[in-house]
Design a protein around this ligand. Structure first.
Ligand SMILES: [Ca+2]
Ligand SMILES: [Ca+2]
Ligand SMILES: [Ca+2]
Length: 325
């Protein structure tokens, strides 16, 4: 194989008087001179990941190649699936959108590097999206109606929604009230509440300290009596009825009717067949037991006998006057 030069030659000129002048020249082999322009053989990126939620136009990294003096572009071909999500300015690769790690974690692009002689190289690049902690987006409360609460009565179980897989949360009371407390993930009443609607705001804090607040309305339900039988005659076989402001539900316990002298006239297990409920009306059927004494009988109801009802513990709350017909 012949040398590729450069070749050095010297040229002499001689005039008519025999005087001379020498000048040196260098000559390159035109074939080997062209072959010294090596085509680029790779395109690489200084950083190939970008955090989610960054604005469009965020720098991913700087493109480089094995040769120098290049221009870069995105071209279609193998691996160009996500070219439309990026752009190139100079040698900088920029995002063309805000990425969401939870939706898509990896993007594929195809880039071309071209040198000044028109030679080029194309390669596939993978851009990964890195996860960033995001705030919880919701808090759910399974139940929001509380029946006959005392302190510590559950108002429901709290759970948090968060796009970050596997994130953990702690709930606390953001505002609202001394009426409630949180034990583990349970919202509880902090005192005995009267019937009505209560607002409470719960804050969920994720493992990264980001928070979300959500307000709930907790309805406290307590049955109250709107009408009751208060008069009987001796030997009366009528049942005794009591009407509540909404449908009572049988719990466990007893209803007692006392004689005027304070002795027990009859005891009814609320689950027995002598107690029936139709709509808002609870009926007590004394069966064959007939009142005989003239005077004021009174009724007591255990606090747990009927759900949502506080019971009757005062002898003066519900008296039935048995009078001479
Ligand atoms: Ca996200
Ligand atoms: Ca995230
Ligand atoms: Ca989170």
């Amino acid at each position: 194989m012949k040398s590729t030069g450069p070749y050095k030659i010297s040229v002499r000129t001689t005039d008519a008087g025999g005087l001379t002048h020498d000048k040196g020249f260098s000559i390159c082999d035109p074939v080997s001179a062209t072959s010294s322009f090596k085509a680029p053989t790779a395109v690489s990126l200084s950083t190939s990941s970008v955090a989610e939620n960054q604005s469009s136009g965020t720098t991913v990294g700087t493109l480089s190649t094995t040769d120098d003096a290049h221009t870069y572009s995105l071209v279609s071909g193998d691996g160009s699936t996500d070219n439309d999500q990026f752009s190139i300015t100079g040698s900088t690769l920029l995002t063309g959108a805000s990425f969401d790690y939870e939706t898509k974690t990896s993007y594929s692009i195809r880039g071309r590097t071209s040198d000044s002689a028109g030679a080029h190289y194309e390669g596939e690049l993978t851009i990964t999206v890195t996860d960033v902690n995001e705030a919880p987006t919701a808090i759910s409360l399974i139940a929001t109606t509380v029946s006959l609460p005392s302190s510590g009565t559950s108002a429901g179980t709290l759970s948090s929604t968060d796009v970050d897989s596997g994130d953990s949360h702690t709930c606390s009371l953001s505002s609202g009230s001394s009426n409630f407390q949180i034990s583990s993930s349970t919202l509880q009443t902090a005192s005995s509440l009267s019937a009505g609607s209560y607002s409470v705001t719960v804050r969920s804090t994720d493992s990264g300290g980001l928070t979300f607040d959500q307000s709930f309305t907790v309805t406290v339900k307590r049955l109250s009596i709107t009408a009751k039988d208060t008069a009987l005659i001796p030997g009366d076989s009528d049942s005794i009825t009591v009407t509540f402001d909404s449908t009572p539900n049988v719990g466990s316990g007893y209803i007692y009717i006392y004689n005027p002298d304070g002795s027990v006239f009859e005891t009814f297990d609320v689950t027995s067949s002598k107690i029936s409920i139709s709509g808002n009306v609870l009926t007590i059927d004394p069966g064959t037991n007939r009142v005989t004494d003239i005077g004021n009988y009174y009724v007591l109801i255990d606090s747990a006998a009927i759900s949502d009802f506080a019971g009757i513990s005062s002898t003066s709350t519900w008296q039935i006057n048995v009078f001479s017909p």
